[in-house]
Write a protein that binds this ligand. Structure first.
Ligand code: DAH
Length: 363
């Protein structure tokens, strides 16, 4: 047996019997370290006869590889032993730590003392919940879906045609004023209402149509307790044969009662919108609400103006919305207003301030 083979066998035996990482490291230094025995053989190569060099060199490489591999595999055994010892200490039957729970809440004092603020537990503290506007939106969509309305949508950045012209709103109308509308440098604008989606929907599909379009709308209003430059609406459009004001009133009454309770009264007052004739403002009054005895305006509505159908026909290049054949109703619900009424929220600015003390009350 070549002395190198003897060295290899000794090394492998020693590595195999190393009891811990410390012992393994000692063995590594002894055989592979700078002045270890394998390295010493490398030095010795220089003194060998020419014909011996390749044979011994090859053997030396094999030995070095075998010893290195043995050390590596023993080290891996130690690592996995350590891991399983560590895991054994974890009691997987214990309850976990709530996510986001840091053991202290800066808000706890506040939510306990402020009247009307719901108390919190560790669980509600750490669990996310839906924004009140999202909640009322989902409830509303669910009610309209039961009435057969499908969902539609359109862009927040619009052109003047979809926002005004197609909706029978002439160039001199005050809503088109730069003081009232956010215009972009290229002449487009932030839609001032979701009624734009009425037009987009009719452009893309022939009647009958029954859609709602929830989304944001924008006006250059001063921010105060009841006005916000960004607010939310649900637009509704129903086009079919023989659709009447009675259908409109029935649908909105049903909606308001589903949302606010059976004791809700709904009132329709004559109004003016360029895109409907007749036009009606919708008011609700409900005993279930804090402001029980007040009529509150919650929507605009009406019977689709024939000029709107004509504008759509022109854009489509057909007569799909023949005003002699089709009639429709439309409405635009103010979602921020509905949420303020339903949840008794005094200030529209609270919706956008992201104050957890406010948001937690709706968790
Ligand atoms: N777009 C109107 C607004 O934002 C609301 C509205 C009124 C929508 C009448 C309609 C409608 O669809 O028919 O003030």
């Amino acid at each position: 047996m070549h002395p190198l083979e003897q060295l290899r066998d000794d090394a492998l035996r020693e590595i195999e019997s190393a009891r811990d990482e410390q012992a393994l490291e000692t063995a590594r230094v002894k055989y592979l370290g700078r002045s270890g025995s394998v390295s010493a053989w490398g030095e010795q190569m220089k003194t060998l006869a020419k014909d011996e060099k390749p044979i011994v060199g090859k053997l030396l490489n094999e030995v070095r590889n075998a010893v290195t591999a043995a050390i590596e595999s023993r080290a891996a055994q130690f690592r996995s032993q350590k891991e399983s010892v560590g895991l054994a200490k974890i009691d997987i039957s214990l309850p976990g730590t709530p996510s986001g729970y840091s053991g202290y809440s800066g808000y706890s004092g506040y939510s306990r003392t402020a009247a009307g603020y719901s108390g919190y537990s560790r669980t509600t503290e750490s669990r996310g919940s839906f924004h009140p506007l999202t909640q009322i939106l989902e409830r509303s969509i669910e009610i309209f879906r039961r009435m057969g309305f499908a969902l539609a949508d359109g862009p927040d950045i619009e052109d003047e045609w979809h926002c005004f012209d197609a909706l029978n709103t002439p160039p001199e109308h005050p809503a088109r004023n730069e003081q009232d509308t956010f215009y972009l440098p290229d002449g487009r604008l932030l839609r001032t209402h979701t009624s734009t989606v009425q037009i987009r929907t009719m452009q893309s599909a022939p009647p009958p149509i029954r859609v709602i379009a929830p989304g944001a709308a924008y006006r250059r209003d001063e921010l105060d307790a009841t006005h916000s430059p960004q607010f939310h609406q649900i637009e509704g459009l129903y086009v079919d044969e023989n659709v009447s004001v009675a259908d409109l009133k029935g649908a909105l009454e049903f909606f308001m009662r589903e949302l606010f309770g059976l004791g809700t009264n709904v009132q329709f007052r004559p109004h003016y919108f360029p895109f409907t004739e007749p036009s009606l403002e919708v008011y609700v009054k409900s005993k279930a609400l804090k402001k029980g005895e007040e009529w509150v305006e919650v929507a605009g509505s009406g019977v689709v103006h024939p000029a709107v159908f004509e504008a759509v026909n022109k854009a489509r290049g057909d007569k799909a919305y023949d005003p002699e054949k089709w009639t429709g109703y439309a409405f635009g619900l103010g979602m921020d207003r509905l949420a303020m009424i339903l949840f008794d929220i005094p200030d529209i600015r609270l919706f956008a301030q992201n104050d957890l003390r406010f948001l937690k009350q709706f968790a």
